[in-house]
Design a protein around this ligand. Structure first.
Ligand SMILES: [Zn+2]
Ligand SMILES: [Zn+2]
Length: 720
């Protein structure tokens, strides 16, 4: 074990800044500053005067306190003092700190100065200090974070991996349940086994590797999978030209650093077989790619564990490399800590920002993490064990920060995939539907916020998650990222308005699917109950289908222009009105009135937004003013209704297209493509109720008043 040297400052002045929670509680109670909710504050026995003296004497912690940016008061404390000509009038102000509301991890979030005379806060500093204790320090039982381990490849690190794995396999019921979904290892010739594995032998201390086909083995052996960022094209990969030689030997000398480290971890964990996509899938054979990608749920799900090379943005980086700050060591200060039993220890405060892991920005690695029952993550600042039960266990890192830095792109579990038969029986279809819809939409949001080198991989790189959803609950058919039983809510996606990009030139999916466009997907904020009340559903979906590129990949891509959504619904023609004075903040967002929707209730409505899916509509398609020959843009209502005092009217923005495509009968239903979604939401207000009107009558009246689609006759259309 070799912790990184944080070069933490400490001096005689710092020795007076004792973190003493028990004493703080008592003294804060006396000052009337006790806070409810069980959070701990730290009250230091130090005034602003002491801080100024220590600063002048070279205490870098007090210097940091004076120079840090305030949050509420804005400018640093030092400039406040300079403006006042010193600390006269606030001499008695005491230094305090707020600790993180999360009890198990000790963090200091704010420092502030409290003036007991005026009973006011005279300064505040948002600090977000991570707090750690050395393992043998008396403070260590109450401060769970340890110093950053510099060497992920230490003998102790590998021993920890073996013990995490052993404990998980032996004692974690949830993990065994999830692992059984993989159904590969130990089985004789299952069709879902990966076609090839890398066999690793040790010959006189050196690794010797070759590809083996799983159908040449009696049973599928236990294997380890790797999840990593390619970071561009791979110099070593399996192809039709290298396959034969890889079956004899994979040249170790040419192995890029990430893969070399994976071989080492695999061996240290005691396994002889490794699965790496670049080496186990024939990269220039489309059929092999399609078939093997469709097996991802079984590859990552069936691996004993997955190695996540999270800290590396490219295969050319070694994830077992020594961790260090280089020259940019963050500010760190060691302060005394008095334990509950009175023993004196010490803790170190470190000012570190969040460290998003490179792997969390990549599209393919999203499902690799979620499909894996067990993951050993080699992160920027810690090695972490992730399994179904790691959420409520403490000893899951090599020391540094038990919890991962939160990120909207990171998701370690999907709740509805852990439901067992008892859970499913207990939940009715409505509750299951609610879980299913929200879990799927959340997964889509995380996934689409990430980057794909090949945007056309969008439907593929989440296909493993889709397969897992389909295996878990009876959800009927899946089409291009949408689920038929939840079609109405699944259709109401949109792209974050400031992140829309041009429509891809290569086909990625039908226009009504988020797979068709790029940019991060989000969903209109509509109460789930709107969708579960049949009267609210305005769009009658007649059929929805597409031809798969390959039947081996039922959750994979669709053939170009093969998908159709046939529906019966109400269409309102609109045209965009350009108002120079009212340009929206971003090209992807408009207001309904900017589409010329002439409806009195829209004036002053809280939400009347139109979200475009791509940028080109703005440049090429948007007709100006009245010069348009006829309206080509329409709003299609999908849902409308009242729920919890909020009235919703939401749907799609469609454009007419010339023909239904080759082979289609032009006399059939008119064809459209989706270009966006609209969202109208208004809160029902008490004052609109007429005296003597019953609640039901009132609801009906408001509903009629707000529904500008009411007088439109439904028509049958096709969306391509
Ligand atoms: Zn000091
Ligand atoms: Zn486990």
């Amino acid at each position: 074990m070799a912790p990184i040297d944080m070069k933490a400052h400490s001096c005689q002045h710092c020795q007076r800044l004792v973190i003493d929670l028990a004493d703080s509680r008592r003294r804060l109670r006396d000052l009337g500053l006790e806070r409810r909710g069980g959070q701990d504050r730290v009250l230091f026995d130090v005034t602003i005067g002491d801080i100024c003296v220590a600063d002048a004497d070279g205490c870098s912690f007090c210097t940091w306190l004076l120079d840090a940016e305030g949050e509420v008061h804005g400018r640093p404390l030092r400039s406040t003092l300079e403006a006042r000509g010193g600390h006269t009038g606030m001499e008695g102000s005491l230094l305090m700190a707020d600790r993180s509301p999360l009890g198990r991890i000790f963090r200091l979030t704010y420092f502030w100065l409290w003036d007991p005379a005026s009973k006011t806060v005279v300064a505040d500093i948002k600090c977000d200090f991570e707090v750690y204790a050395d393992p043998d320090d008396p403070a260590s039982p109450s401060v769970l974070t340890r110093p950053i381990e510099s060497s992920p490849a230490s003998a102790a690190g590998f021993a920890r991996l073996r013990s995490w794995l052993q404990e998980c396999r032996a004692n974690h019921d949830e993990c065994r349940k999830i692992a059984s979904l993989g159904l590969v290892s130990g089985a004789a010739q299952p069709t879902n086994a990966p076609a090839r594995l890398i066999r690793i032998d040790s010959v006189r201390g050196d690794h010797v590797m070759r590809l083996v086909t799983t159908d040449s083995l009696e049973i599928v052996p236990e294997f380890v999978a790797l999840s990593y960022c390619w970071g561009g094209d791979q110099r070593l990969k399996c192809s039709t030209s290298t396959l034969a030689s890889f079956m004899t030997e994979i040249p170790l000398a040419q192995l890029p650093p990430t893969l070399r480290d994976a071989v080492l971890v695999c061996g240290e964990a005691g396994f002889d077989y490794l699965w790496v996509d670049a080496l186990c899938i024939i990269q220039d054979d489309v059929t092999d790619q399609t078939i093997e990608i469709a097996k991802m749920p079984y590859v990552y799900g069936g691996a004993v564990f997955t190695i996540a090379a999270s800290r590396c943005s490219s295969v050319e980086q070694p994830f077992l490399a020594t961790r260090s700050f280089g020259l940019a060591t963050p500010p760190a200060f060691t302060l005394p800590y008095r334990c509950e039993d009175g023993a004196m220890g010490g803790v170190t405060l470190v000012k570190m920002g969040p460290a998003p892991e490179p792997i969390d920005s990549r599209g393919w690695t999203f499902q690799e993490r979620l499909l894996s029952p067990r993951t050993i993550e080699y992160g920027t600042w810690q090695t972490r064990w992730i399994c179904q039960e790691s959420n409520w266990r403490m000893d899951i890192t090599d020391g540094w920060k038990r919890d991962a830095d939160s990120s909207p792109l990171r998701q370690d579990t999907i709740q509805c995939l852990t439901f067992d038969d008892d859970d499913l029986r207990r939940m009715g279809p409505l509750e299951l539907g609610r879980h299913f819809r929200s879990d799927w939409q959340y997964a889509v949001q995380c996934f689409t916020g990430r980057n794909l080198t090949m945007p056309r991989d969008r439907p593929l790189a989440i296909s493993g998650i889709a397969a897992r959803f389909a295996s878990k609950v009876d959800v009927g058919d899946y089409v291009a990222g949408l689920w038929k039983p939840y079609m109405h809510s699944n259709l109401l996606w949109h792209i974050a308005p400031d992140r829309i990009v041009a429509r891809p030139t290569a086909y990625q999916g039908p226009s009504w699917s988020w797979t068709a466009v790029n940019g991060p997907v989000t969903y209109l904020q509509i109460d789930w109950e709107i969708f579960t009340t049949p009267a609210n559903i305005a769009l009658d979906i007649i059929s929805c289908h597409g031809e798969l590129v390959d039947p081996h990949a039922p959750f994979g891509a669709l053939r170009p222009n093969s998908a159709r959504l046939k529906a019966r619904g109400r269409l309102v023609p609109v045209r965009e009105v350009r108002h120079a004075s009212a340009e929206p903040d971003s090209p992807g967002a408009r207001k309904l009135w900017q589409l010329g929707v002439d409806f009195p209730m829209l004036a002053g409505a809280r939400h009347d937004d139109v979200f475009y899916d791509t940028t080109e509509l703005d440049q090429d398609d948007a007709p100006a003013g009245d010069q348009m020959a006829g309206p080509a843009t329409f709003l299609l209502q999908v849902v409308h209704g009242l729920c919890r005092d909020t009235w919703y009217c939401c749907g799609l923005v469609l454009r007419r297209v010339q023909s239904n495509g080759p082979g289609d009968d032009p006399a059939e239903s008119p064809a459209f493509k989706r270009v966006g979604a609209f969202f109208f939401r208004e809160t029902r207000m008490e004052e609109t109720r007429i005296e003597g009107e019953s609640e039901t009558d009132w609801e009906r009246r408001v509903d009629l008043q707000l529904d500008w689609f009411r007088d439109v006759a439904p028509t049958e259309i096709e969306i391509m």
